[in-house]
Write a protein of this length. Structure first.
Length: 97
């Protein structure tokens, strides 16, 4: 769909129907930073990129239960050749706590 954070941000801004100044103010960033993000001159903060993804319907606000996450992991990365992916997920989750 979108190949870069710049495209996500630009499309979220366009979808909003606001000016760059209005969109920036509504999202707590400076207009000149929005321009940098749109033109791929700077990396956007994660929270702002997630907000733009939400505007475009790319992310869902619904919480995921531990059971749902477990089942998804079982279904998606259960093949023997995906052991390294399972290990990476395990290490990531183990180090979060």
């Amino acid at each position: 769909m979108f190949s870069s954070p710049a495209e996500i941000i630009k499309n979220a801004w366009i979808k909003s129907g606001l000016t760059q100044a209005q969109f920036s103010m509504e999202n707590g960033i400076k207009q000149y930073n929005l321009s940098k993000y749109i033109h791929n001159k700077a990396a956007p903060p994660e929270h702002f990129l997630m907000r733009c993804m939400h505007i475009l319907g790319m992310v869902n606000d619904r919480d995921v239960t531990p059971e749902e996450l477990s089942e998804l992991i079982k279904r998606k990365i259960s093949r023997p050749d995906q052991a390294n992916i399972r290990r990476a997920v395990y290490d990531l989750l183990h180090n979060v706590a």
